[in-house]
Design a protein around this ligand. Structure first.
Ligand code: PNS
Length: 167
């Protein structure tokens, strides 16, 4: 793997992570190569009812990032920009899968910047093999006992199987 000069400062990868997929993990791993410290921050107060509760989502994230020493898993129940200040974090890292992600992400990045111009949003293009991947799609496939082994880490596959049962 190529070595990239690490940037000092704290980056935050925010999301619902219900559950974490290989697409998320790709972005988290790449962010961990670029920044000194990466906090994966799970949003507590999602408007939608999550399949996995907060502790389950954090637990899965901790398991799948344990090989990354500069990554920690946390949660927040606030505006992201307030959480950034609380953590003294400089950079929000988001993954962009396709053009369809762009409009919403642009809106959030612009509003976050308006609220606090000291915090930057960095976008990473999702690796092409994960450009179609989302937690909702994974849940749909798992619900009907379809194959998710190439979409999520084994720990997550097992947790999905426990939720939906095996057929
Ligand atoms: O994985 P998701 O659900 O796409 O993540 C969305 C998330 C958590 C990054 C976004 O909803 C967020 O930042 N929520 C925190 C509340 C907030 O700050 N909202 C205003 C954004 S301008």
């Amino acid at each position: 793997m190529k070595s990239i000069r690490r940037h000092s400062g704290i980056a935050v990868c925010p999301g619902s992570f219900d559950p974490v997929t290989y697409g998320h993990l790709d972005i988290i791993q790449r962010a961990a190569q670029v920044f000194d410290k990466v906090i994966v921050a799970v949003l507590v107060n999602a408007s939608k009812t999550p399949l996995f509760d907060l502790e389950e989502r954090k637990g899965l994230l901790q398991q799948v990032t344990q090989h990354l020493p500069n990554v920690e898993v946390d949660s927040f129940n606030d505006l992201l920009i307030n959480y950034m200040v609380q953590k003294q974090a400089d950079v929000i890292v988001k993954g962009l899968r396709a053009v369809s992600d762009f409009e919403y992400e642009l809106q959030m990045a612009a509003l976050n910047r308006k609220m606090n111009e000291d915090v930057e949003t960095f976008f990473m293009m999702s690796s092409s093999q994960y450009s179609y991947l989302s937690s909702s799609i994974v849940k749909q496939i798992a619900q009907f006992h379809g194959p998710v082994g190439e979409l999520v880490p084994p720990e997550v596959e097992a947790a999905l199987r426990a939720k939906y049962g095996t057929s």
